[in-house]
Design a protein around this ligand. Structure first.
Ligand SMILES: Cc1ncc(COP(=O)(O)O)c(C=O)c1O
Length: 320
């Protein structure tokens, strides 16, 4: 008998659709093609399900993760949600460590999926909804302490190559196949830099001439300019003003920047013209892709990720 069912929800991770944004391009008189990869259609509503699966399965293969061992990781919510799903299905206890600056939908979702969620106070002066590198350092300290206490496996998304491999073996390959190789550029807002590096490696393996642009918050253009005007910004999930061990700078064509308002406008345009409901970083990615089509990539094809769902931001000012 032919059964057309997946053995678990883990089989639903990846293979997300790629959409051509022809309505938006027409409305804004853009020359060229925009491609959006709908990562919010993963089971945890973000691209981070991919790295959760890859990191956990690589740790199992190395023998580092055995039944009963706890998994710990710091998260802006998305990696934690992915890990809560993967650990839940595979039977590992999972503890997510998150800044109180991230939206609370995320903590609730992780708890519903069986995770223990440890919330860490923001640094003095850091506004809620705007997580800085300093806030993240506090989360890091707490995660380290929990790993030691519980002899846990740290699913360290800033360090483990599984993060890059998830996007190199899957996300980037999928983009190449879905565009039939007719792609000139890729742009990505960096948190760990895992998506950027992984997708860039895959795309450049097929065609070294594809240009890959790395996006940062305008006030925290640390990687491109070494400049931090204000480390706090609204683009949750990245822009941490820190060096990124997984980022390979030789893959970066150039560094771009987006403001809070650019990200919000971008997210609104994706929703209004294309029926695509993304978060701040998705809006920032669209803004940057449009800027490229209006400038040095005029007439070309540019791809980006819709990193997560706008539903994760209903408690913020993204969609008032
Ligand atoms: C919503 C969102 N956008 C962008 C990123 C950045 O992705 P990466 O860590 O692959 O650079 C993250 C990472 O957590 C995220 O959650």
């Amino acid at each position: 008998m032919f059964e057309n069912a997946l053995p678990s929800v883990l089989g639903a991770i990846g293979n997300t659709p790629l959409v051509r944004l022809d309505r938006l391009a027409k409305a804004w008189n853009l020359e060229g093609t925009l491609y959006a990869k709908l990562e919010y259609l993963n089971p945890g509503f973000s691209k981070k399900d991919r790295i959760a699966l890859q990191i956990i399965e690589e740790a199992e293969e190395r023998g580092e993760l055995v039944p009963g061992r706890t998994v710990v990781e710091l998260t802006s919510g998305n990696t934690g949600t992915g890990l809560a799903i993967v650990c839940g299905v595979k039977g590992y206890p999972f503890c997510a460590v998150m800044s109180k600056g991230n939206s609370m939908e995320r903590a609730r979702m992780m708890r519903a999926l069986g995770a223990e969620v440890v919330l860490v106070d923001q640094a003095p002066g850091s506004p809620p909804g705007q997580v800085s590198g300093e806030d993240l350092e506090r989360v890091e300290e707490r995660a380290k302490a929990l790993v030691a206490e519980r002899k846990a496996f740290r699913a360290d998304q800033f360090v483990l190559r599984g993060n890059v491999r998830a996007h190199e073996l899957h996300t980037g390959e999928e983009i190449w196949t879905q565009t039939e190789g007719k792609l000139d550029a890729f742009v990505d807002f960096a948190g760990t830099g895992g998506s950027f590096t992984g997708c860039a490696l895959a795309l450049k393996k097929h065609n070294p001439r594809i240009r890959c642009y790395l996006l940062e918050p305008e006030t925290a253009a640390f990687l491109g300019k070494g400049e931090i005007v204000n480390a706090n910004h609204k683009i949750q999930g990245g822009g941490y003003s820190r060096t990124l061990p997984l980022l390979d700078p030789s893959l970066v064509e150039d560094y771009l920047a987006a403001s809070n308002d650019d990200a919000i406008e971008g997210a609104h345009a994706l929703a209004a013209y294309e029926g695509i409901f993304g978060g701040f970083s998705s809006g920032a990615n669209l803004f940057a892709a449009v800027s490229l089509l209006r400038g040095r990539e005029k007439g070309n094809a540019v791809a980006f990720l819709v990193c997560d769902s706008g539903l994760k931001y209903l408690s913020t000012d993204l969609y008032p």
